[in-house]
Ligand binder design. Structure first.
Ligand SMILES: [Zn+2]
Length: 309
């Protein structure tokens, strides 16, 4: 089977400034590696051109307008303490959101079985009306809304294995029973949300907070709960918020995962997905700040996607 790899050159022009961890090389190292591996079953695709209406399914129109007026003519501009935009961020932000749309359309049209979007900026901290934690548009939430509205799905699952809690995704779907949001994350930690008591209006949110120092074995044991909830929900489509900052080498957090763990969790999820949605899975990059760990972990994750049959 084939896997889509959706990406764009515009991410190279999203400049976050000297020394910022969410740097240009993050996507470049992932792409260099996939170019080198040259797997014929990996189908490279560009993001879709999208209109504001697609963004406004997840964000308020005022917020979209605010973002679109925030890009400086030169230099850098701050949307929050650590969320920075440059002139090139205008195209990068729209392409990051347009990537998940292209990936979903590709799966729905049988161009490929599943897909990975190598994008920046990431999205899962961006709330309905707030940029935060390097995130501007909530790419995965935009994708989930697109599945509900364009394809009239009623059950979309988002699995967020980034080491940080996806407060933005939780915010956007807190009152939406059509979307199951499950997050594993270091807790207590940035952004401060993600307790087990945050369940959503329809019990559609499941947070799995884990302590600093969580090992591969502890993480994969906890991941069984993700699979259990996924199995109960019977999703029609699965989206991954794929952050690789739970890796032991990541400088921003303190989990102890190895690159291969991302293969294992992906493989287990895909096996389960066969029962409910015939392996319809789209994954989008969130965090991951050690370049070698990020490159290896993304390869492991995509290897599991490529093996789906
Ligand atoms: Zn993260």
């Amino acid at each position: 089977m084939k896997t889509g790899l959706v990406t764009s050159d515009t991410y190279q022009n999203h400049n976050t400034g000297e020394g910022h961890p969410e740097k240009i090389d993050r996507v470049s190292v992932i792409l260099e590696n996939f170019k080198k591996l040259n797997n014929k079953n990996l189908i490279w695709k560009k993001p879709s051109k999208i209109k504001n209406k697609i963004l406004e399914a997840a964000h308020t129109p005022d917020y979209v307008k605010f973002v679109q007026n925030s890009f400086p003519k030169k230099g850098l501009s701050f949307l929050d303490g650590d969320t920075i935009v440059s002139p090139g961020s205008k195209d990068a932000t729209i392409d990051a959101a347009g990537s998940i749309i292209a990936a979903i359309d590709g799966v729905q049209n049988n161009e490929f079985a599943n897909a990975f979007c190598a994008v920046r900026p990431p999205g899962h901290h961006a709330e309905k009306n707030k940029a935060m934690g390097f995130c501007i548009y909530n790419n995965v939430a935009i994708g989930a809304h697109y599945l509900l509205e364009k394809f009239k799905l009623n059950k979309v699952a988002i699995i967020d294995f980034d080491v940080h809690h996806g407060n933005g995704t939780q915010d956007i779907f807190y009152n939406n029973k059509k979307v199951l949001y499950i997050s594993t994350h270091q807790y207590p930690y940035y952004p401060g949300t993600g307790t087990e008591n945050e369940k959503g209006k329809y019990n559609n949110i499941f947070n799995i907070p884990l302590p600093a120092g969580t090992s591969s074995e502890e993480f994969l044991n906890a991941y069984e709960f993700v699979l259990k909830k996924l199995n109960e929900f019977k999703p029609e489509f699965i989206l991954f918020s794929a952050g690789f900052d739970a890796h032991e080498d990541d400088p921003l957090a303190q989990f102890q995962l190895k690159s291969k763990d991302f293969y294992d969790l992906t493989k287990r999820t895909l096996t389960l997905s066969k029962l409910h949605c015939n392996g319809k899975v789209v994954s989008i990059l969130e965090g991951g700040y050690d370049l070698i760990a990020l490159q290896n972990s993304a390869e492991m994750h995509v290897n599991a996607l490529l093996e789906f049959d």
